[in-house]
Design a protein around this ligand. Structure first.
Ligand code: GLN
Length: 197
């Protein structure tokens, strides 16, 4: 199994390490490759889009055709996970800030997101959440977006306050928080197991 981590910007290395640790726990013989160039994502069995700055990541992936490769991999039914800024990019619809910054989205997840939903007072925080199919996890939020609306084919996996913070539509998994920043690898294991569907 080969997992590609889109490495143009953001917390790339943390995802590489978390995915490798998850592979080890599941006994999967695989490799995890961070990439800034076109060609790698297309040959992968799954893709992770990390957190960072969504406008920047968007500009770079659409410029270098990595975006097309992600769409191709997603259309083949292979798992694609986006965390935080990655969730924004996966979504079908953004908010006024996404519009104003001309941030192009991949539109793979039938969801509407709101960027920086928790405001300046709560830029980053950690809370326990119930994640459907996993149980209780500690979720780290950093200038996080949230999902404010989902389509009927989307499975809501976790909520916090009035918001959806984890959702899945077939092979597409979007998280508002950062599972790569805790020692717990269960969310990455969940993602890897999505390739068995
Ligand atoms: N606030 C960032 C954005 O809107 C996302 C933050 C993150 O990925 N940690 O792009």
């Amino acid at each position: 199994m080969r997992i590609a981590v889109v490495g143009v910007q953001g917390d790339v290395e943390e995802h590489v390490l978390a995915t490798k640790a998850a592979m080890k726990k599941l006994g999967i013989d695989g490799e995890v490759i961070a990439t800034r160039r076109s060609g790698v994502v297309a040959k992968s069995d799954g893709v992770i889009i990390p957190g960072g700055e969504s406008t920047t990541i968007s500009r770079l992936i659409f410029r270098d055709s990595i975006a097309d490769e992600i769409l191709e991999v997603a259309n083949q039914g292979k798992p694609v996970m986006g965390t935080c800024a990655g969730l924004i990019l996966l979504s079908k619809c953004g908010d006024e800030l996404v519009e104003r910054t001309n941030t192009k989205l991949l539109k793979l997840l039938d969801a509407k997101i709101k960027r920086n939903a928790f405001g300046r007072q709560r830029e980053s925080f950690q809370v326990p959440l119930h994640f459907k199919g996993i149980g209780e996890i500690e979720a780290v939020f950093i200038r996080a977006p949230v999902i404010v609306e989902v389509g009927k084919d989307v499975d809501v996996l976790a909520t916090f306050e009035d918001y959806i913070v984890a959702a899945k539509q077939n092979n597409i998994l979007g998280l508002a928080f950062h599972p790569e920043l805790t020692e717990d690898t269960r969310v990455h294991e969940y993602f890897l197991k999505m390739s068995e569907i």
